[in-house]
Design a protein around this ligand. Structure first.
Ligand SMILES: Nc1nc2c(c(=O)[nH]1)N[C@H]1C(S)=C(S)[C@@H](COP(=O)(O)O)O[C@H]1N2
Ligand SMILES: [Mo]
Length: 413
């Protein structure tokens, strides 16, 4: 694939341009999922597109990745109150690391009555609250757990309450873990990432709302961390403690299981409701989603490989005859309302400022030409904004899933 920076720039421009064009212009750019303005899509492709999931994941469709015995969100109301996991009882401690102390003017602790409570967080929210869209993806599992609009207070606003002076290089944090050190699940960030937002990223937040609703116990309520560009393990649920440290390296629990704890979200494509069977020579509707990682998505491509094909298609099928699929435009119905203002969306109209929106998911569709009877394997992949094809540039599983999918497809009886 081309890695020429100008072709990447061109893609960015055309996509920005398309947002100003409306439906006809979008169709001209091939971004409407196979429909030319005014012309209906093939009915089977349209049916497949209609069956796609909503862009924002409904609360009960989010997948859960939680440790603990018992898992904190299964506690009853009284236990939750005792654990400080209700909005009325929540208290956040922000302390200096006893082993690698950061120099702070003051710590926020329960003992000295300075811990941050929910009312205090809401006071900060009045001035500083932000919202952004993000897909939550587990580095170990690979597929997205859900997409939401996450609302919170930038973590730096809470950090500044301690009036740090120096020797602050890392911020680490953990949630309620049944007061059992064995169940501790912590994550960490360089302090620079907390204080600044590079590359137009949203801030790291202390999140209390998802899709306009208070964060549920299952999603980590009352308060969790959300790190926009990171895999899920950085977004600690049932947040209770933040430690400001002079440590200069990561000390995430996830690192103990061989994970690359500094890897930002990758781009990759996957099918949704893929066809298992097709009639010979009949066009094949294919739909799916693409996770838009830190490097963006400029294309989604599919390739249906005949299982009898023994040709060498290059490493990661780089030389295979891939066909471009259509990235579906921003949906007219997002699944639930986008509260405004939200970063990445126009303040008044609610239209997305760029598409595919980074760190979220987009859907794609294509009508593949019919094939002779036989056994096949369907593959799909993304090309990022630099022209780099999946699973590159970071093909390692423990840096996050980006492997090319294989789906069996039978054509004929
Ligand atoms: N306190 C705590 N926070 C946690 C976890 C956990 O087990 N305990 N799991 C993490 C992992 S590994 C992932 S992938 C995400 C999943 O977020 P979700 O359950 O809201 O989908 O939460 C993260 N935050
Ligand atoms: Mo995870």
């Amino acid at each position: 694939m081309p890695t020429d920076p100008f072709s990447a720039e061109h893609t960015a421009l055309t996509r920005r341009y398309f947002l100003g064009l409306g439906a006809a212009g979008a169709a001209a750019l091939g971004m409407t999922g196979g429909s030319v303005a005014g012309e209906p899509r093939h009915p089977r492709l349209q049916a497949a597109i209609d069956a796609l999931e909503p862009w924002l994941t409904p609360a009960d469709a989010f997948r859960d990745v939680s440790r603990g015995t018992p898992v904190p969100h299964t506690l009853n109301d009284e236990q939750r109150q005792q654990a400080g996991l209700t909005r009325e009882t929540w208290k956040l401690e922000v302390i200096s690391d006893p082993d690698q102390p950061a120099k702070l003017k003051t710590e926020l602790t329960t003992a000295n009555g300075t811990a941050l409570d929910f009312a205090g967080l809401m006071q900060l929210a009045e001035q500083h609250a932000v919202r952004f869209a993000k897909v939550m993806t587990c580095l170990n599992i690979g597929c997205p757990l859900g997409t939401g609009i996450w609302e919170g207070v930038p973590l730096r606003e809470v950090l500044w309450l301690t009036q740090p002076r120096e020797n602050l290089r890392r911020v680490y944090y953990h949630g309620f873990h049944n007061n059992d050190p064995e169940q501790l699940f912590q994550s960490s960030l360089p302090v620079s990432r907390v204080l600044e937002d590079p590359f137009d990223l949203p801030p790291v937040i202390l999140c209390y709302k998802l899709n306009g609703e208070w964060l549920t116990p299952e999603r980590g309520g009352p308060v969790r961390v959300v790190v926009p560009e990171a895999y899920g393990f950085k977004s600690i649920k049932w947040l209770k403690t933040i430690v400001l440290s002079n440590l200069f390296y990561a000390n995430d629990t996830y690192g103990e299981k061989n994970n690359d704890v500094d890897s930002p979200l990758k781009s990759f494509a996957a099918t949704l409701n893929p066809p298992m069977k097709a009639d010979p020579d009949a066009a094949i509707p294919i739909t799916g989603y693409a996770q838009v990682g830190i490097s963006g998505v400029s294309k989604v491509q599919v390739w249906i490989q005949n299982d009898a094909d023994t040709a060498d298609h290059g490493r990661y099928f780089a030389d295979a005859p891939w066909l471009d699929a259509d990235i579906l435009p921003p949906p007219s119905n997002w699944g639930s309302e986008i509260p405004l203002p939200t970063l990445g969306f126009e303040r008044e109209s609610g239209r997305p400022l760029s598409w595919p929106m980074r760190l979220t998911k987009v859907h794609w569709a294509t009508l593949h030409p019919g094939l002779p009877a036989g056994d096949y394997t369907l593959h799909c992949r993304t090309i990022d904004d630099r022209g780099i094809a999946q699973p590159m540039p970071r093909p390692f599983q423990k840096s996050g899933h980006a492997a090319i999918e294989n789906v069996a497809l039978k054509v004929g009886e």
